[in-house]
Design a protein around this ligand. Structure first.
Ligand SMILES: Nc1nc2c(ncn2[C@@H]2O[C@H](COP(=O)(O)OP(=O)(O)OP(=O)(O)O)[C@@H](O)[C@H]2O)c(=O)[nH]1
Ligand SMILES: [Mg+2]
Length: 386
């Protein structure tokens, strides 16, 4: 899978400078030597094992390039295992239903297909998407390509993967497409209240910074009194500077200040928090449009990425809210949060299909490292348990 977020094109290995020392895995222990009777004067050191000054270096100075790369791979491995756990509830629910459906049957008939339709809709895959999947399946059956239940399951998986991969190809904004000379790279985070925007910003800031980028956060949710405080806690936790102003300030003005500050400091990435709620919806949308105009005036091509945060738990309702944002906000990708809190994780497929936008990241918990790059293959494998 590779890097989480990377704009720089040169090869480098993340030293994870920003993580606490204990989070860096120890190198494998040296092979056990034949015990040698220690001289009396070194006995004290034996109790507290002596170490090379670099042994626990946060910089990874004690590790070879291969070991550092192995650490990166292990980290990815860990994320993929946690992602699997996050979709476990959906997998259990879906697989259980499919198994019940398939139990005692030898062949595919119309009754089975109708029940299959219900199972997919219950997993929040969405009516439109489910009907399309069923149509493909029926075609496969007619052409004798799908003859048994295994083939049927395989066809569903392939179809889900195709939908997710097709959305991935839809005009995704990628940090790699913006020249490094354009700075800061501006990411706006939008979505209705409570979906997890601020939390996602904390997580994003942490990982983008950990990959060697200078990050700045802009607190442009000036509507809610506590919004800025909440963001300040995340900023402190991740050691990322924050630009904020008092409640009620025009969000576009806070953004303007932040853009200026980012340029002055030479920040590479600016992440912008926005309000999820205003007195009325048209205000909110007008405000987002104004912010976009300000960003574009100050930095070429900004905002380079506008991520719409969708709460997986709200299912089809969330999808409806998301549509409102799409009309004005120029969304380039989705962050699907709280995937860990639902058995209806099929919503990812409905979102990809119906909004025709890639899911870039998935939130899998409330902690700072509970954010993963959304990988369609991993997701589909996670749902079907392999
Ligand atoms: N389980 C779980 N909880 C999450 C996740 N992301 C966010 N949350 C929780 O969702 C709640 C709302 O998150 P916020 O980040 O405050 O949401 P917001 O969109 O900024 O909300 P407003 O500022 O009110 O618009 C918090 O309790 C978060 O801890 C996730 O991926 N998994
Ligand atoms: Mg917020």
């Amino acid at each position: 899978m590779g890097f989480f977020w990377r704009r720089k094109k040169d090869d480098f290995v993340s030293l994870r400078l920003n993580e606490p020392a204990e989070a860096v895995p120890e190198p494998p222990p040296a092979p056990v030597q034949a015990p040698v009777e220690p001289p009396v004067e070194t006995l004290k050191e034996e109790v507290v094992p002596s170490r090379s000054p670099f042994q626990s270096s946060v910089l990874g100075l004690n590790l070879s390039m291969e070991q550092l790369q192995a650490q990166e791979a292990a980290l990815e491995q860990e994320f993929s295992a946690r992602f699997r756990r996050a979709v476990a509830a959906t997998r259990d629910s879906l697989s259980e239903k499919l198994d019940t459906l398939f139990a005692g049957r030898k062949q595919i008939d119309e009754e089975l297909l109708e029940q299959l339709e219900e199972v997919l809709i219950a997993a929040d895959i969405g009516v439109t998407t489910t009907l399309e999947i069923l149509e493909t399946v029926r075609r496969g059956i007619a052409r004798k390509q799908i003859n048994d239940l295994d083939a049927l399951k395989h066809a569903i998986k392939t179809e889900l993967l195709n939908i997710l991969q097709a959305s991935e190809r839809q005009g995704v904004a990628s940090e790699l497409t913006v020249p490094e000379s354009v700075a800061p790279y501006v990411m706006m985070i939008v979505g209705v209240n409570g979906v997890g925007k601020t939390t996602t910003i904390g997580k994003l800031a942490q990982r983008i910074k950990a990959e060697g980028n200078d990050v700045l956060i802009c607190a442009a949710d000036t509507f809610r009194a506590a919004a800025s405080d909440q963001l300040a806690i995340w900023a402190e936790r991740t050691g990322v500077p924050l630009i904020q102003q008092k409640q009620g300030t025009d969000p576009a003005a806070v953004l303007f200040d932040s853009l200026k500050a980012a340029k002055a400091r030479g920040s590479e990435v600016l992440i912008v928090d926005t309000a999820g709620r205003l007195h009325n919806k048209s205000n909110l949308m007008a405000e987002l449009e104004k912010m976009k105009r300000v960003a574009a005036r100050e930095v070429e091509g900004a905002p380079h990425e506008t991520l719409l945060v969708v709460d997986a738990v709200t299912g089809q309702n969330g999808l409806e809210q998301a549509r409102q944002f799409l009309k004005v906000a120029g969304v380039t990708g989705i962050v699907l949060t709280k995937l860990d809190g639902t058995a209806k994780g099929g919503i990812a497929v409905a979102i990809a299909k119906e909004l025709n936008l890639p899911i870039r990241y998935a939130g899998i918990g409330e902690k700072v490292d509970d954010l993963v790059v959304f990988d369609p293959q991993q997701y589909v494998n996670g749902l079907f348990g392999n």
